[in-house]
Design a protein around this ligand. Structure first.
Ligand SMILES: Nc1ncnc2c1ncn2[C@@H]1O[C@H](COP(=O)(O)OP(=O)(O)O)[C@@H](O)[C@H]1O
Ligand SMILES: Nc1ccn([C@@H]2O[C@H](COP(=O)(O)OP(=O)(O)O)[C@@H](O)[C@H]2O)c(=O)n1
Length: 212
């Protein structure tokens, strides 16, 4: 079975950065599932859709067909030849993406896109090890104290750390339904670990799996 490594976790726990580095060390592609939900949110906001209307949101996804390109330097999302990536990581998308991502038809659409990707790869999100790739060989779930996560995200948003912490706690609450750690996932609290320490812990887990 081709290796799939899932790295799930709460907002700003370090999933994307860790997944990118782990994939780099293993010379594997890495996949950021959240970007598809962010792209759905950008499209919905641009089309002024009702974010509680799952059918309209799904129709927009099927019409625009955003494509996730797992690129080593950082995933990209294309709509046709338009690169949406630069519009995905904003406070406005943060504030609406959880409402968009709740709709089961959208989650099924995202799952279908992700399951088309040929393993092996590292994939990060909320439910990669639980709902999308339960067969994955190596599963991790990252957490960190909210104030630590807010400080880390602070460098990436033009909001105060307090505002970011509030928004992260709110998103954690809204994401809770799809964010439970997968069966068998190794839980890592990264609050007091630097990025490379987290990466090394996961690489150790992959080596242990390879030597089993
Ligand atoms: N263990 C860590 N220690 C310090 N900074 C970290 C750590 N993990 C991630 N970061 C930094 O925190 C920010 C958010 O990380 P990111 O990977 O985007 O989180 P997520 O994908 O879970 O939202 C990034 O700037 C990243 O470089
Ligand atoms: N597998 C996933 C990934 C993201 N999401 C949703 O998409 C949003 C953005 O995910 P993300 O991973 O890009 O966000 P960060 O954790 O990087 O801030 C999350 O807040 C969830 O609402 C999801 O529902 N399932």
């Amino acid at each position: 079975m081709a290796l799939i490594i899932t790295i799930d976790g709460v907002a700003a726990s370090g999933k994307s950065s860790v997944a990118r580095r782990v994939a780099e060390e293993l010379r594997l592609p890495f996949v950021s599932s959240g970007l598809l939900y962010r792209a759905a949110t950008v499209l919905a906001l641009r089309e002024s859709l009702d974010l509680s209307d799952g059918a309209a949101l799904l129709a927009a996804l099927e019409h625009f067909s955003p494509r996730l390109i797992p690129d080593a330097a950082g995933n990209r999302v294309l709509v046709g030849t338009d690169d949406l990536t630069g519009a995905l990581h904003t406070a406005e998308v943060d504030a609406h993406v959880s409402q968009v991502s709740q709709h089961p038809p959208l989650r099924r659409w995202v799952r279908e896109q992700l399951r088309l990707l040929p393993p092996p790869f590292v994939v990060e999100g909320r439910d990669m090890g639980s709902a999308v790739f339960p067969e994955a060989a190596v599963k991790y779930y990252l957490t960190a104290r909210p104030e630590v996560r807010a400080r880390r995200r602070g460098a990436e948003r033009d909001l105060s750390v307090e505002q970011i912490e509030w928004a992260l706690r709110e998103r954690d609450r809204q994401d809770a339904a799809q964010s439970a750690p997968a069966e068998g996932a190794v839980l890592l609290d990264t609050s007091d670990m630097n990025l490379e320490q987290v990466v090394e812990r996961i690489l150790e887990g992959v080596r242990a799996w390879a030597d089993r």
